[in-house]
Design a protein around this ligand. Sequence first.
Ligand code: KG4
Ligand code: ZN
Length: 389
Amino acid sequence: MLDHQIELWTRSGFAFRLFLSLGGLIPYSSSVLVLGIESSCDETAAAVVRDGRELISSIISSQIKTHERFGGVVPELASREHLVKIVPVVEEAFARAGVSKNDVDGVAVTSGPGLIGSLLVGLSFAKGMAYALGRPLVGVNHIEGHIYSVVFENPPVQYPALALVVSGGHTNLFLVEEPGVYRTLARTRDDAAGEAFDKVSKMLGLGYPGGPQIERLAADGNERAVHFKIPQMSDRSLDFSFSGLKTAVTKHLRENGLSVFNSDGEPTRAAKDLAASFQSVVVRSLITTTERFAVEHNPRTLIVAGGVACNKSLRQAASEAAMRLGIDVYFPSPHLSTDNAAMIAAAGTAKLKAGAYSALDLNANATLRLSDVDAETVKLRQGKARHRL
Ligand code: KG4
Ligand code: ZN
């Protein structure tokens, strides 16, 4: 039990809490048990993680059944379902872990980016739990969580690393010079890669989420059948763009009067070829850019994470690129590629160990960016310039 809790507040509003017990500081250097909570989109998840890399339990309640008939996530329905699921999911995570709530040393929760109503459910629950247990709370950026998802099943990441985060909401390539220090090298200018899979799947009359549907269809198709160009920015930046590709698929469907299913209800060859060609250009776009930045920055590890990292064709292309570069490539297993709370607990543990706790007035932020060393430097310079006036 904690006997004293001293809060030191900085002028910027961040709270640095020093938890003292009779014996001194909580021994964060020894075994640390963290509860993670994730509710940023359509998965309610809780996990118990030891020392930031030992997965004790991970429970994910997916809302796919609720949203699939709409072909995408309906935010209002998502928030309501999180409200119903959050308590049983957390209870189940503790039951499976075989630990009591009082055994945890901290509570890590996704504070953004994501759907605001969904985020607020997990965040409010986590705050209540941290307060009731007298344990520190730590807000985690969902994208940083995805980067940490590789820690469970791979050797330790060697830095500098390149991290490609590809999901339904994000497509970012980061240079990670050291743990927790991110530089954005490329991002999508429009749709995320997973979103492109979801939209093309919807166009073809297939289900949600679209990634697995397209991958299944593509497995039997010819990726050279339809020629799609790798989308490029007019300003010659290496940022990604996937919305033009979606338009190209619509055009191809219209111009060729393509039927997706034959009279037996089986997918047609033309649909399989289209899926394979689309998947191939998305993968080539992601990997070509990643490889170009890898040549420039000489990373020691390549991390590929996020829901789209489930895609076998992407995994194969990333593995081949890593082999050419002579570096290791780490993926999370499919359970940890899509949204989960284990990755949030892992990222949160690093912050807890560094004493970077969040205050109980932490708010959810739907558009939270991963702090970017370049952006921080610009802010610092601007701050200095103002000072000189
Ligand atoms: O990480 P995630 O669960 O949620 C976000 O943070 O967005 O990613 C979900 C996305 C969806 O767009 C889904 O279609 C995509 O990941 N996805 C895939 C595959 N499995 C899931 N995309 C391509 N191939 C897959 N096998
Ligand atoms: Zn995600």
